[in-house]
Ligand binder design. Structure first.
Ligand code: AMP
Length: 356
């Protein structure tokens, strides 16, 4: 067990690291962030930072010596870098989880092997295999990079009659996944926390609304039947168990019009669709991550209020003063200086009495 007073290493310096460091501080821990970005949102609330490239082995070794455990807040870190830390310090979750979550092909194979449904998909590595995949799956379909995709980056919609050669050249990646288009009723996600002893806890499934591929709002709880909610939680738990996750695992799913969950993707870290838990639950996702990686007992994820979380993206953040005047609104700002379009600057959680 890593007792309060210990140091948690966080790879990544964004808002997820910042909120983890704030939760860790409340329990008496220190955080040390590793990030290539100087003066990052997480560094500003942490005891220490190593500012270096994610593939700098000496900096990684120094970081490992300075902390008691390592976790991450960002998944596009080379898993090879995380692997370098093995034997120097406990890394939670382990690098293998990261390697699967980073690669859409491995991720889909993983879920399908567990008997968990995803959208129909095919591996594609050129115009010919793209043509065959389109023949199998029909149009529209979505071509996605296997690696380094997030918030809709690295995706193209493939329509009927497309020129596969031109499309593949424009896409510019060596390997991709073609996914059948899901005419979903809604999108939901579940976050599960798991400890070294296999103890686990999940928050209620929530409903996510995206705009221009970026999460805009999360509504908690999701407006779905109890049996579907239980099934969604079981999917997330089964995945966390199979991967032996220590920490958090967020699983995003589509709900089809006939009420079936199809997994879209997973993230082994705190997730934007879990920010509402800070204000509406007995234990939030960030504190639960600290508890899990430090081998403390997990807290109750019970929801004391219903909530709608709204991301403040780009210039939305200029509404901060008005939001502060709303009695049910809880404002969280990430301390980022420049409000670029598409950049997550903060979020607001609006609370309602449970079940109201
Ligand atoms: P992703 O980067 O895979 O999380 O995709 C971002 C968003 O694009 C999702 O949250 C959906 O709103 C949409 N999307 C992704 N894949 C599909 C699909 N196969 N069918 C329909 N919409 C999708």
């Amino acid at each position: 067990m890593i007792r309060p007073g210990g140091t948690i290493g966080i790879i990544g310096g964004g808002q997820l690291g910042r909120m983890t460091a704030l939760a860790a501080a409340r329990l008496g821990y220190r955080c040390h962030v590793f990030t290539p970005e100087a003066d990052s949102p997480a560094e500003r609330v942490s005891a220490a930072a190593t500012v270096a490239a994610y593939d700098d082995p000496e900096a990684l070794a120094r970081f490992a010596r300075a902390v008691d455990v390592v976790t991450f807040e960002f998944e596009n870190i080379p898993h090879e870098s995380v692997r370098l830390l093995v034997g120097m310090v406990p890394v939670r979750p382990c690098w293998r989880v990261l390697a699967i979550a980073q690669d859409r092909l491995l991720e889909k194979e993983f879920f399908n092997t567990l008997g968990i449904a995803t959208a129909p998909w095919r591996r594609v590595d050129g115009p010919d295999s793209l043509a065959r995949a389109v023949e199998d799956l029909g149009t529209p379909a979505i071509l996605k990079t296997t690696r380094l995709g997030y918030d809709g980056k690295g995706q193209i919609k493939v329509e009927a009659g497309a020129d596969f050669g031109a499309l593949w050249r424009k896409f510019g990646a060596p390997e991709a996944v073609l996914e059948g288009f899901v005419d979903f009723e809604r999108e939901i996600s579940v976050i599960v926390a798991r400890g070294t002893d296999g103890a686990w806890a999940a928050w209620d499934p929530v409903e996510n609304h995206h705009e221009r591929h970026i999460l805009a709002t999360t509504t908690a709880p999701a407006r779905i039947p109890a049996a579907l909610a239980a099934q969604a939680v079981e999917i997330a738990h089964a995945a966390a168990e199979a991967l032996d996750v220590v920490g958090l695992l967020a699983v995003e799913m589509f709900v089809t019009r006939d009420g079936r969950p199809l997994v879209n993707e997973m993230a082994p870290r705190p997730h934007n669709s879990g920010h509402w838990t800070i204000d509406a639950c007995l234990t939030d996702q960030f504190e639960q991550l600290v508890r899990a990686v430090c081998e403390l007992p997990l807290g109750s994820p019970a929801r004391h209020s219903d909530a709608v979380m709204e991301n403040l993206i780009g210039e939305d953040v200029e509404r901060w003063a008005d939001i502060l005047k709303e009695p049910e609104a809880r404002l969280h700002l990430y301390g980022k200086d420049e409000a670029r379009p598409g950049r997550k600057m903060g979020h607001v959680t609006r609370l309602r009495p449970r079940g109201a």
